[in-house]
Design a protein around this ligand. Sequence first.
Ligand SMILES: Cc1ncc(COP(=O)(O)O)c(C=O)c1O
Length: 440
Amino acid sequence: MKTGSFNNSKNLYDEAVSLMPGGVNSPVRAFKPHPIFIKMGKGSHIFDVDNNMFIDYCMAFGPLILGHSPPEVVEAVKDQLVKGTMYGIPTPLENELAKLVIKGVPSIEMGRLVNTGTEATMSAIRLARGYTGREKILKFEGCYHGSHDAVLVKAGSGALTFGTPTSLGILNSLAENTLVLPYNDLEALDKLFAKEGENIAAVILEPVVGNMGVVLPKAGYLDGIRKIVEENGTILIFDEVISGFRLGFGGAQEHFNIDPDLTTLGKILGHGFPIAAYGGKKEIMEMVTPTGKIYPATISADNAGKVYQAGTFSGNPISVIAGITALKMLKNNPWIYQDLERKTKEITEGYRDLAEDYGVQIRLNSIGSMWQVFFADHEIFDQETAQKSDLKKWDKYFHKMLEQGVYLPPGNFETCFLSTAHTKEDVETTIEAASKALQV
Ligand SMILES: Cc1ncc(COP(=O)(O)O)c(C=O)c1O
Protein backbone atom coordinates (compact mmCIF):
# COMPACT_ATOMS: atom_id res chain seq x y z
CA MET A 1 0.00 0.00 0.00
CA LYS A 2 2.05 2.93 -1.25
CA THR A 3 1.00 6.49 -0.53
CA GLY A 4 1.10 9.22 -3.17
CA SER A 5 1.62 12.93 -2.82
CA PHE A 6 1.20 14.84 0.45
CA ASN A 7 0.83 18.24 -1.26
CA ASN A 8 -2.60 19.14 0.07
CA SER A 9 -1.50 18.36 3.63
CA LYS A 10 1.61 20.47 3.12
CA ASN A 11 -0.45 23.43 1.89
CA LEU A 12 -2.88 23.15 4.80
CA TYR A 13 0.02 22.96 7.23
CA ASP A 14 1.63 26.08 5.71
CA GLU A 15 -1.63 27.88 6.40
CA ALA A 16 -2.14 26.28 9.84
CA VAL A 17 1.20 27.50 11.23
CA SER A 18 0.01 31.09 10.75
CA LEU A 19 -3.22 30.30 12.59
CA MET A 20 -2.24 28.02 15.45
CA PRO A 21 1.04 27.65 17.34
CA GLY A 22 3.00 24.95 15.53
CA GLY A 23 0.02 24.51 13.20
CA VAL A 24 -1.68 22.14 15.63
CA ASN A 25 -4.09 22.19 18.56
CA SER A 26 -2.07 19.71 20.61
CA PRO A 27 1.71 19.29 20.39
CA VAL A 28 2.02 15.53 19.82
CA ARG A 29 0.13 15.82 16.52
CA ALA A 30 2.99 17.73 14.90
CA PHE A 31 5.86 15.99 13.12
CA LYS A 32 8.40 16.97 10.51
CA PRO A 33 8.24 17.95 7.71
CA HIS A 34 4.49 18.41 8.33
CA PRO A 35 1.57 16.42 9.75
CA ILE A 36 -0.98 14.82 7.45
CA PHE A 37 -4.47 16.35 7.45
CA ILE A 38 -7.35 13.93 7.76
CA LYS A 39 -10.74 14.11 6.10
CA MET A 40 -12.24 10.81 7.25
CA GLY A 41 -11.81 7.80 9.49
CA LYS A 42 -13.59 4.47 9.13
CA GLY A 43 -12.91 1.29 11.07
CA SER A 44 -9.16 0.77 11.24
CA HIS A 45 -8.40 3.30 8.48
CA ILE A 46 -7.92 7.03 8.06
CA PHE A 47 -7.99 8.95 4.78
CA ASP A 48 -6.04 12.15 4.26
CA VAL A 49 -6.77 15.22 2.14
CA ASP A 50 -4.49 13.85 -0.62
CA ASN A 51 -6.62 10.68 -0.81
CA ASN A 52 -3.98 8.51 0.83
CA MET A 53 -5.32 5.70 2.98
CA PHE A 54 -3.58 4.53 6.16
CA ILE A 55 -4.02 1.72 8.65
CA ASP A 56 -4.26 3.70 11.88
CA TYR A 57 -2.45 2.69 15.09
CA CYS A 58 -2.72 6.11 16.70
CA MET A 59 -6.49 5.73 17.04
CA ALA A 60 -6.75 9.30 18.33
CA PHE A 61 -4.16 8.47 21.03
CA GLY A 62 -6.26 5.74 22.57
CA PRO A 63 -10.00 6.38 22.75
CA LEU A 64 -11.11 4.44 19.67
CA ILE A 65 -10.96 0.82 20.87
CA LEU A 66 -13.92 -0.04 18.61
CA GLY A 67 -12.37 1.70 15.59
CA HIS A 68 -13.35 4.94 13.85
CA SER A 69 -17.07 5.73 13.95
CA PRO A 70 -18.55 2.43 15.13
CA PRO A 71 -22.16 2.45 13.83
CA GLU A 72 -23.68 1.75 17.26
CA VAL A 73 -22.02 4.81 18.81
CA VAL A 74 -22.85 6.99 15.79
CA GLU A 75 -26.54 5.99 15.93
CA ALA A 76 -26.80 6.59 19.68
CA VAL A 77 -25.25 10.04 19.34
CA LYS A 78 -27.51 10.92 16.37
CA ASP A 79 -30.58 9.98 18.44
CA GLN A 80 -29.44 12.18 21.30
CA LEU A 81 -28.51 15.15 19.08
CA VAL A 82 -32.12 15.84 18.18
CA LYS A 83 -33.17 15.63 21.84
CA GLY A 84 -30.73 18.35 22.86
CA THR A 85 -26.96 18.54 23.17
CA MET A 86 -26.84 19.66 26.79
CA TYR A 87 -29.10 20.98 29.50
CA GLY A 88 -26.98 21.82 32.53
CA ILE A 89 -29.54 19.77 34.46
CA PRO A 90 -29.09 16.13 35.54
CA THR A 91 -30.10 13.36 33.12
CA PRO A 92 -30.80 9.66 33.72
CA LEU A 93 -27.95 8.96 31.30
CA GLU A 94 -25.41 10.23 33.83
CA ASN A 95 -26.65 7.69 36.39
CA GLU A 96 -26.42 4.95 33.78
CA LEU A 97 -22.82 5.74 32.87
CA ALA A 98 -21.84 6.15 36.53
CA LYS A 99 -23.33 2.72 37.32
CA LEU A 100 -21.42 1.10 34.46
CA VAL A 101 -18.15 2.62 35.68
CA ILE A 102 -18.73 1.83 39.36
CA LYS A 103 -19.70 -1.76 38.59
CA GLY A 104 -16.82 -2.28 36.20
CA VAL A 105 -13.83 -0.55 37.80
CA PRO A 106 -13.05 -2.38 41.05
CA SER A 107 -11.98 0.48 43.34
CA ILE A 108 -14.53 3.11 42.31
CA GLU A 109 -17.46 3.48 44.72
CA MET A 110 -18.43 6.98 43.62
CA GLY A 111 -17.22 9.26 40.84
CA ARG A 112 -17.58 12.53 38.98
CA LEU A 113 -17.76 13.06 35.23
CA VAL A 114 -15.49 15.76 33.84
CA ASN A 115 -14.41 16.60 30.30
CA THR A 116 -10.73 15.75 29.83
CA GLY A 117 -8.04 13.62 31.42
CA THR A 118 -6.30 16.84 32.42
CA GLU A 119 -9.35 17.95 34.39
CA ALA A 120 -9.67 14.51 35.97
CA THR A 121 -6.10 14.38 37.32
CA MET A 122 -6.23 18.04 38.40
CA SER A 123 -9.43 17.37 40.35
CA ALA A 124 -8.16 14.11 41.88
CA ILE A 125 -4.98 15.81 43.08
CA ARG A 126 -6.93 18.71 44.61
CA LEU A 127 -9.19 16.21 46.34
CA ALA A 128 -6.24 14.23 47.71
CA ARG A 129 -4.75 17.46 49.05
CA GLY A 130 -8.07 18.46 50.60
CA TYR A 131 -8.57 15.03 52.16
CA THR A 132 -5.11 14.69 53.65
CA GLY A 133 -4.46 18.36 54.44
CA ARG A 134 -1.00 17.87 52.88
CA GLU A 135 0.55 19.86 50.02
CA LYS A 136 3.07 17.66 48.25
CA ILE A 137 2.40 15.15 45.52
CA LEU A 138 4.69 12.58 43.95
CA LYS A 139 4.76 11.72 40.27
CA PHE A 140 7.14 9.71 38.11
CA GLU A 141 9.41 10.71 35.25
CA GLY A 142 7.83 9.89 31.93
CA CYS A 143 4.28 9.56 33.28
CA TYR A 144 1.98 12.12 31.68
CA HIS A 145 -1.09 13.30 33.54
CA GLY A 146 -2.29 16.14 31.33
CA SER A 147 -1.28 19.76 30.92
CA HIS A 148 -2.14 21.39 34.24
CA ASP A 149 0.56 23.04 36.29
CA ALA A 150 1.02 20.55 39.15
CA VAL A 151 1.98 17.68 36.85
CA LEU A 152 4.04 19.49 34.20
CA VAL A 153 7.11 18.95 36.28
CA LYS A 154 10.06 16.60 35.98
CA ALA A 155 13.19 16.10 38.05
CA GLY A 156 16.26 18.08 37.15
CA SER A 157 19.36 15.90 36.92
CA GLY A 158 20.47 14.72 40.32
CA ALA A 159 17.44 16.34 41.98
CA LEU A 160 15.21 13.44 42.76
CA THR A 161 13.16 15.23 45.31
CA PHE A 162 12.19 18.74 44.29
CA GLY A 163 10.83 19.07 40.80
CA THR A 164 11.60 21.82 38.32
CA PRO A 165 8.92 22.97 35.90
CA THR A 166 9.12 21.63 32.33
CA SER A 167 7.21 24.60 30.94
CA LEU A 168 7.59 28.34 31.31
CA GLY A 169 4.70 29.89 33.17
CA ILE A 170 4.62 27.40 36.04
CA LEU A 171 5.27 28.87 39.46
CA ASN A 172 8.35 27.54 41.20
CA SER A 173 6.33 27.51 44.40
CA LEU A 174 3.96 25.02 42.77
CA ALA A 175 6.70 22.92 41.17
CA GLU A 176 8.38 22.60 44.55
CA ASN A 177 5.36 20.71 45.78
CA THR A 178 5.60 18.15 42.99
CA LEU A 179 8.19 15.52 43.80
CA VAL A 180 9.46 13.36 40.98
CA LEU A 181 11.08 9.93 40.97
CA PRO A 182 12.09 7.46 38.26
CA TYR A 183 9.43 4.89 37.39
CA ASN A 184 9.92 1.27 38.52
CA ASP A 185 12.35 2.17 41.32
CA LEU A 186 10.91 1.05 44.67
CA GLU A 187 14.12 1.74 46.53
CA ALA A 188 14.02 5.42 45.57
CA LEU A 189 10.39 5.53 46.67
CA ASP A 190 11.24 4.00 50.02
CA LYS A 191 13.99 6.54 50.61
CA LEU A 192 11.81 9.48 49.66
CA PHE A 193 8.97 8.34 51.93
CA ALA A 194 11.35 7.85 54.84
CA LYS A 195 12.14 11.57 54.57
CA GLU A 196 8.96 13.14 53.23
CA GLY A 197 6.17 10.57 53.71
CA GLU A 198 4.10 12.56 56.18
CA ASN A 199 3.98 15.53 53.78
CA ILE A 200 2.87 13.66 50.68
CA ALA A 201 -0.84 13.97 49.88
CA ALA A 202 -0.85 11.73 46.83
CA VAL A 203 1.20 9.46 44.63
CA ILE A 204 -0.05 9.62 41.05
CA LEU A 205 1.08 7.23 38.35
CA GLU A 206 0.13 5.43 35.19
CA PRO A 207 -0.03 1.80 36.39
CA VAL A 208 1.00 0.87 32.84
CA VAL A 209 2.75 3.79 31.19
CA GLY A 210 1.61 4.83 27.75
CA ASN A 211 3.56 8.06 27.59
CA MET A 212 7.17 6.90 27.26
CA GLY A 213 6.25 4.34 24.68
CA VAL A 214 4.74 1.39 26.51
CA VAL A 215 6.42 0.70 29.85
CA LEU A 216 5.20 -2.02 32.17
CA PRO A 217 5.47 -2.01 35.96
CA LYS A 218 8.07 -4.50 37.21
CA ALA A 219 6.76 -7.43 39.24
CA GLY A 220 5.92 -6.21 42.74
CA TYR A 221 6.26 -2.50 41.88
CA LEU A 222 2.59 -1.58 42.16
CA ASP A 223 2.16 -3.73 45.29
CA GLY A 224 5.19 -2.01 46.79
CA ILE A 225 3.73 1.44 46.13
CA ARG A 226 0.37 0.40 47.60
CA LYS A 227 2.08 -0.75 50.79
CA ILE A 228 4.20 2.38 51.22
CA VAL A 229 1.29 4.80 50.68
CA GLU A 230 -0.85 2.90 53.17
CA GLU A 231 1.85 3.11 55.81
CA ASN A 232 2.07 6.86 55.27
CA GLY A 233 -1.59 7.86 54.95
CA THR A 234 -0.97 8.97 51.36
CA ILE A 235 -3.64 8.73 48.64
CA LEU A 236 -2.80 6.46 45.73
CA ILE A 237 -4.10 7.77 42.39
CA PHE A 238 -4.02 5.45 39.39
CA ASP A 239 -4.17 7.51 36.24
CA GLU A 240 -6.03 5.08 34.00
CA VAL A 241 -6.87 7.62 31.30
CA ILE A 242 -5.14 5.25 28.85
CA SER A 243 -5.32 1.87 30.60
CA GLY A 244 -8.96 2.20 31.73
CA PHE A 245 -11.27 -0.08 29.69
CA ARG A 246 -8.23 -1.00 27.56
CA LEU A 247 -6.41 -3.62 29.62
CA GLY A 248 -9.78 -5.21 30.26
CA PHE A 249 -13.00 -3.53 31.36
CA GLY A 250 -11.65 -2.92 34.86
CA GLY A 251 -8.37 -1.45 33.58
CA ALA A 252 -4.93 -1.93 35.07
CA GLN A 253 -6.26 -2.14 38.63
CA GLU A 254 -8.26 -5.22 37.71
CA HIS A 255 -5.40 -6.67 35.64
CA PHE A 256 -2.88 -6.34 38.50
CA ASN A 257 -5.45 -6.75 41.27
CA ILE A 258 -4.50 -3.59 43.13
CA ASP A 259 -7.02 -1.04 44.38
CA PRO A 260 -5.96 2.60 44.28
CA ASP A 261 -7.79 5.15 46.45
CA LEU A 262 -8.66 7.32 43.47
CA THR A 263 -8.74 6.60 39.75
CA THR A 264 -8.82 8.87 36.73
CA LEU A 265 -10.44 7.76 33.48
CA GLY A 266 -10.83 9.33 30.03
CA LYS A 267 -10.24 8.38 26.39
CA ILE A 268 -12.26 5.15 25.89
CA LEU A 269 -14.83 6.42 28.41
CA GLY A 270 -16.29 8.62 25.63
CA HIS A 271 -15.12 6.64 22.63
CA GLY A 272 -14.21 9.73 20.62
CA PHE A 273 -16.26 12.28 22.52
CA PRO A 274 -14.79 14.51 25.23
CA ILE A 275 -15.46 13.05 28.64
CA ALA A 276 -13.37 11.86 31.57
CA ALA A 277 -13.95 10.94 35.19
CA TYR A 278 -12.37 10.67 38.59
CA GLY A 279 -13.62 8.46 41.35
CA GLY A 280 -12.75 6.20 44.22
CA LYS A 281 -13.57 5.57 47.83
CA LYS A 282 -16.84 7.14 49.01
CA GLU A 283 -15.16 8.50 52.07
CA ILE A 284 -12.87 10.59 49.87
CA MET A 285 -15.33 11.44 47.08
CA GLU A 286 -17.91 12.79 49.53
CA MET A 287 -15.55 15.70 50.14
CA VAL A 288 -16.43 17.03 46.69
CA THR A 289 -18.90 19.93 46.49
CA PRO A 290 -21.85 19.89 47.12
CA THR A 291 -22.94 17.63 49.94
CA GLY A 292 -25.56 15.05 48.94
CA LYS A 293 -29.05 14.44 50.21
CA ILE A 294 -28.05 11.42 52.24
CA TYR A 295 -25.24 13.28 53.95
CA PRO A 296 -23.69 12.48 56.37
CA ALA A 297 -23.25 9.10 54.70
CA THR A 298 -19.64 8.32 55.36
CA ILE A 299 -17.80 11.42 56.48
CA SER A 300 -18.25 14.17 59.04
CA ALA A 301 -19.97 17.50 58.39
CA ASP A 302 -16.61 19.25 58.80
CA ASN A 303 -15.32 17.68 55.61
CA ALA A 304 -18.33 16.95 53.43
CA GLY A 305 -18.43 18.96 50.22
CA LYS A 306 -15.41 21.09 51.06
CA VAL A 307 -13.38 20.42 47.88
CA TYR A 308 -14.65 22.44 44.93
CA GLN A 309 -14.91 21.13 41.39
CA ALA A 310 -17.38 21.98 38.63
CA GLY A 311 -17.88 22.05 34.84
CA THR A 312 -20.47 23.45 32.39
CA PHE A 313 -20.02 20.59 29.92
CA SER A 314 -19.54 17.85 32.53
CA GLY A 315 -21.83 14.89 31.95
CA ASN A 316 -23.22 16.35 28.70
CA PRO A 317 -25.59 13.82 27.14
CA ILE A 318 -23.70 13.54 23.82
CA SER A 319 -20.46 12.36 25.38
CA VAL A 320 -22.34 10.32 27.96
CA ILE A 321 -24.45 8.38 25.45
CA ALA A 322 -21.33 7.68 23.38
CA GLY A 323 -19.64 6.36 26.52
CA ILE A 324 -22.60 4.24 27.60
CA THR A 325 -22.86 2.66 24.15
CA ALA A 326 -19.15 1.87 23.86
CA LEU A 327 -18.83 0.57 27.44
CA LYS A 328 -21.86 -1.70 27.04
CA MET A 329 -20.33 -3.17 23.89
CA LEU A 330 -17.08 -3.87 25.74
CA LYS A 331 -18.81 -5.24 28.81
CA ASN A 332 -21.16 -7.51 26.87
CA ASN A 333 -18.38 -8.88 24.65
CA PRO A 334 -15.47 -9.69 26.94
CA TRP A 335 -13.86 -11.82 24.19
CA ILE A 336 -12.91 -8.49 22.58
CA TYR A 337 -9.97 -8.17 24.96
CA GLN A 338 -8.56 -11.61 24.14
CA ASP A 339 -8.98 -10.88 20.46
CA LEU A 340 -7.13 -7.57 20.75
CA GLU A 341 -4.32 -9.24 22.68
CA ARG A 342 -4.01 -11.89 19.98
CA LYS A 343 -3.57 -9.19 17.32
CA THR A 344 -0.92 -7.45 19.42
CA LYS A 345 0.92 -10.76 19.71
CA GLU A 346 0.78 -11.30 15.96
CA ILE A 347 2.31 -7.87 15.33
CA THR A 348 4.99 -8.09 18.00
CA GLU A 349 5.96 -11.64 17.03
CA GLY A 350 6.08 -10.55 13.39
CA TYR A 351 8.40 -7.69 14.34
CA ARG A 352 10.61 -10.00 16.42
CA ASP A 353 10.98 -12.42 13.52
CA LEU A 354 11.88 -9.60 11.14
CA ALA A 355 14.41 -8.14 13.56
CA GLU A 356 16.05 -11.54 13.93
CA ASP A 357 16.15 -12.07 10.16
CA TYR A 358 17.74 -8.67 9.58
CA GLY A 359 19.93 -8.61 12.69
CA VAL A 360 18.25 -5.40 13.90
CA GLN A 361 18.34 -4.66 17.64
CA ILE A 362 14.84 -3.82 18.83
CA ARG A 363 12.87 -4.07 22.03
CA LEU A 364 9.11 -4.50 21.96
CA ASN A 365 7.02 -3.54 24.97
CA SER A 366 3.39 -4.57 24.87
CA ILE A 367 0.37 -5.42 26.98
CA GLY A 368 -3.25 -6.01 25.95
CA SER A 369 -3.82 -3.90 22.85
CA MET A 370 -0.91 -1.47 23.51
CA TRP A 371 2.52 -1.84 21.93
CA GLN A 372 5.62 0.08 20.94
CA VAL A 373 8.99 -0.72 19.37
CA PHE A 374 12.28 0.76 20.59
CA PHE A 375 15.54 0.61 18.64
CA ALA A 376 17.67 -0.52 21.55
CA ASP A 377 19.64 -3.46 22.87
CA HIS A 378 18.62 -2.82 26.49
CA GLU A 379 15.35 -3.28 28.37
CA ILE A 380 13.04 -0.25 28.48
CA PHE A 381 11.57 0.19 31.96
CA ASP A 382 11.73 3.92 32.73
CA GLN A 383 12.25 7.30 31.11
CA GLU A 384 16.03 7.08 31.09
CA THR A 385 16.12 3.70 29.33
CA ALA A 386 13.44 4.88 26.88
CA GLN A 387 15.40 8.03 26.07
CA LYS A 388 18.56 5.99 25.48
CA SER A 389 16.95 4.10 22.62
CA ASP A 390 17.81 5.24 19.08
CA LEU A 391 15.21 7.95 18.47
CA LYS A 392 16.63 8.88 15.06
CA LYS A 393 16.14 5.33 13.83
CA TRP A 394 12.61 5.34 15.18
CA ASP A 395 11.89 8.55 13.26
CA LYS A 396 13.10 6.98 10.00
CA TYR A 397 11.02 3.89 10.71
CA PHE A 398 7.96 6.10 11.35
CA HIS A 399 8.30 7.86 7.99
CA LYS A 400 8.90 4.60 6.14
CA MET A 401 5.73 3.16 7.65
CA LEU A 402 3.85 6.34 6.72
CA GLU A 403 5.02 6.10 3.09
CA GLN A 404 3.63 2.56 3.04
CA GLY A 405 0.23 3.56 4.38
CA VAL A 406 0.64 2.78 8.09
CA TYR A 407 0.00 5.69 10.45
CA LEU A 408 1.75 5.29 13.80
CA PRO A 409 1.42 7.83 16.60
CA PRO A 410 4.15 10.31 15.66
CA GLY A 411 6.60 9.82 18.50
CA ASN A 412 8.57 6.96 20.05
CA PHE A 413 7.22 7.96 23.46
CA GLU A 414 3.64 7.34 22.36
CA THR A 415 1.69 4.07 22.25
CA CYS A 416 0.34 2.12 19.26
CA PHE A 417 -3.25 1.08 19.89
CA LEU A 418 -5.18 -1.75 18.30
CA SER A 419 -8.94 -1.73 17.86
CA THR A 420 -11.62 -4.31 17.18
CA ALA A 421 -11.76 -2.90 13.63
CA HIS A 422 -8.18 -3.97 12.78
CA THR A 423 -8.31 -7.06 10.58
CA LYS A 424 -5.94 -9.95 9.98
CA GLU A 425 -5.16 -8.34 6.65
CA ASP A 426 -4.28 -5.04 8.39
CA VAL A 427 -1.88 -6.90 10.66
CA GLU A 428 -0.25 -8.70 7.73
CA THR A 429 0.09 -5.46 5.74
CA THR A 430 1.66 -3.80 8.79
CA ILE A 431 4.25 -6.54 9.20
CA GLU A 432 5.02 -6.37 5.50
CA ALA A 433 5.56 -2.60 5.78
CA ALA A 434 7.74 -3.15 8.84
CA SER A 435 9.88 -5.59 6.85
CA LYS A 436 11.12 -2.54 4.93
CA ALA A 437 10.87 0.06 7.68
CA LEU A 438 12.77 -1.83 10.40
CA GLN A 439 15.91 -1.97 8.24
CA VAL A 440 16.70 1.70 8.82
C1 LIG B 1 -2.29 8.90 31.24
C2 LIG B 1 -2.87 10.21 30.82
N1 LIG B 1 -3.43 11.00 31.75
C3 LIG B 1 -4.00 12.16 31.42
C4 LIG B 1 -4.00 12.61 30.12
C5 LIG B 1 -4.63 13.91 29.77
O1 LIG B 1 -5.82 13.71 29.10
P1 LIG B 1 -6.44 14.85 28.16
O2 LIG B 1 -5.52 14.97 26.97
O3 LIG B 1 -7.80 14.32 27.82
O4 LIG B 1 -6.49 16.09 28.96
C6 LIG B 1 -3.43 11.82 29.12
C7 LIG B 1 -3.44 12.25 27.71
O5 LIG B 1 -2.86 11.68 26.84
C8 LIG B 1 -2.84 10.59 29.48
O6 LIG B 1 -2.27 9.79 28.57
